[in-house]
Design a protein around this ligand. Structure first.
Ligand SMILES: [Zn+2]
Length: 319
């Protein structure tokens, strides 16, 4: 990645440790994905360079732009790459240790080490959610891909790294698809705004195929499922007012993108289907506590997620 340092830049970000993994994953998404990327670069329809914006500013999603008649180039913000890792690691620890395990064995009491693991993961999530207001550097004592305080943290960190590199590859692949599908020409045309929603859906579908091109079974699909859902769910952390994400703007309404992704993943084993739907419900609940506080019991996860989506629809349309 080519960086462009300026005065206010992020110094020594721990996610840069994973730069090699990210690029490797993007270049080897799936056989199909790798081939389309290589062809685009060879035909000069996409730059092989990815611009890395290191400014110490609130995170924003990536993009692909073209200067005049130049070759389109993808760009990502380092602050976005940081919150994405923190989101994946944080939610993975919180979900597995404080929700999944107690459900499997309600009699088991959490030991002190695990309490500490979960607390520190929560702190990391709080930091990542705070970046939408003002950028602050990665808290030095908290877990990062470069520093784990315990073996437990390292175990989750390595799991998070695998999901993370797939998540970033999905994001980049979405931008790659915009360039490949001729969207840049359309966006510059008069009809651009009207067609934007369709183009976003197309780019999502292409990125999904890039990542999950070969048929995988439920178990093999676990890191990919975590990856694509984290990309969607962490987007709520980019909005100062997350309610704005509930209305179709440049992209389809975010909670519908989440629901669509769950459908597309089509996990056949009910355990895995439950696992991810429940995760989505929990994240949505935390982003919108005012409407989704767990006020009632649900018969199953499907009810719980449908209930969340309905309430968010209403919230999105309230003046
Ligand atoms: Zn897009």
């Amino acid at each position: 990645m080519a960086s462009n340092p300026s005065v206010n830049t992020i110094v020594d970000s721990p996610v840069l440790t994973l730069e090699g993994n990210i690029l490797w994953q993007f270049e080897n998404l799936s056989e199909f994905g790798a081939q389309t990327l290589k062809m685009q670069v060879a035909h000069g329809t996409l730059s092989g360079e990815i611009a890395l914006d290191m400014s110490a500013a609130p995170p924003k999603g990536p993009g692909v732009t073209r200067q005049g008649a130049g070759v389109p180039e993808m760009h990502v913000k380092l602050s976005h790459l940081e919150i994405l890792w923190a989101f994946i690691y944080g939610w993975m620890v919180v979900y597995e240790e404080s929700v999944q395990k107690p459900q499997l064995d309600p009699t088991k009491v959490m030991d002190a080490e695990t309490v500490n693991l979960v607390d520190r993961a929560r702190e990391l999530l709080e930091w990542s959610a705070s970046l939408r207001e003002t950028y602050t550097p990665w808290p030095a004592g908290l877990p990062s891909p470069r520093r784990y305080a315990t073996e437990q943290e390292e175990w989750y960190g390595l799991k998070a790294n695998l999901v993370y590199q797939k998540a970033v590859a999905y994001l980049l692949s979405h931008e790659r698809a915009h360039a490949a599908l001729g969207h840049l020409d359309v966006m510059e045309s008069a009809d651009g705004a009207r067609l934007k929603l369709d183009m976003e859906k197309e780019a999502d579908a292409a990125a999904y195929d890039d990542l999950l091109g070969q048929s995988l079974d439920d178990r093999e699909k676990l890191p990919e499922s975590w990856a694509v859902l984290s990309v969607m769910l962490s987007t709520f952390y980019l909005y100062r007012d997350p309610r704005k994400a509930l209305l179709p703007g440049g992209h389809p309404a975010l909670h519908h993108r989440v629901a669509h992704m769950i459908e597309r993943l089509a996990l056949t084993d009910p355990r895995y289907d439950y696992y991810f739907s429940f995760l989505c419900r929990l994240v949505l609940q935390e982003v919108f506590p005012e409407v989704l506080e767990p006020k009632r019991q649900f018969d199953d996860w499907e009810d719980a997620l449908t209930d969340a989506l309905d309430r968010l629809d209403q919230l999105g349309f309230e003046p």
